[in-house]
Design a protein. Structure first.
Length: 205
């Protein structure tokens, strides 16, 4: 009887800890970023092991079937190295943007995805475009240009830090041969800069 009682108390205590942990995570300003990154990894790994249906949308420029890929493009990666190379800057940039809250991060992300996706669908090469690099370049452009539209000590320090650590990314927007979607990088950066201007008015209101 005592053993059963101890087990019940252990389960009850574990449940309380899990509830507290869940509440802490859900109240965190990095909640949306963590969920998005988890989804990117989940879909990509599912694809790597062959469990993702072939009908999962991919962005294909000027194709009605490729329209859904505007939103789903960041969730697919060609291989583990592709996924990993996008993950590290994604985490850093997401943390910097999420410091202003989940809603701010979510609006910024949706604007970048929508603008860059539409531009890529309209003007990109006639090939499937996948990966979160467009979103990452969007964050990159956003953090740099935000310094101009919303000048503050924090935005300036952030932009300078991004330039020092990830300034080499700028070469990724130039035309390249091979399977790299440099157009996705370019339109992502343009979308990020545009979003910085849009979010200036959001922040003011």
């Amino acid at each position: 009887m005592l053993l059963i009682l101890h087990q019940f108390q252990f389960i009850n205590r574990a449940a309380l800890y899990m509830k507290a942990f869940r509440n802490t995570v859900s109240n965190s300003r990095f909640y949306c970023a963590a969920i998005l990154l988890s989804m990117i990894w989940l879909v990509s790994i599912t694809n790597f092991i062959g469990l993702l249906p072939d009908i999962f949308p991919k962005l294909l420029p000027r194709s009605l079937l490729g329209l859904a890929g505007i939103i789903t493009m960041p969730f697919l990666h060609s291989n583990f190295f592709h996924l990993l190379s996008n993950t590290f800057p994604f985490i850093i940039f997401s943390i910097l943007i999420s410091l202003r809250g989940n809603i701010y991060y979510l609006k910024t992300t949706l604007l970048i995805l929508s603008i860059s996706g539409v531009l890529l669908w309209l003007f990109g090469r006639n090939a499937f475009h996948i990966g979160a690099s467009g979103l990452v370049f969007g964050y990159f452009g956003f953090l740099l240009v935000r310094m101009y539209y919303s000048p503050s000590i924090a935005s300036i320090v952030t932009a300078v830090g991004v330039i020092i650590i990830y300034g080499g990314m700028i070469w990724g927007v130039l035309p390249q041969t091979g399977h790299i979607s440099w157009e996705g990088h370019l339109f992502g950066a343009i979308a990020g800069a545009t979003t910085a201007k849009i979010m200036k008015f959001h922040h003011q209101n």
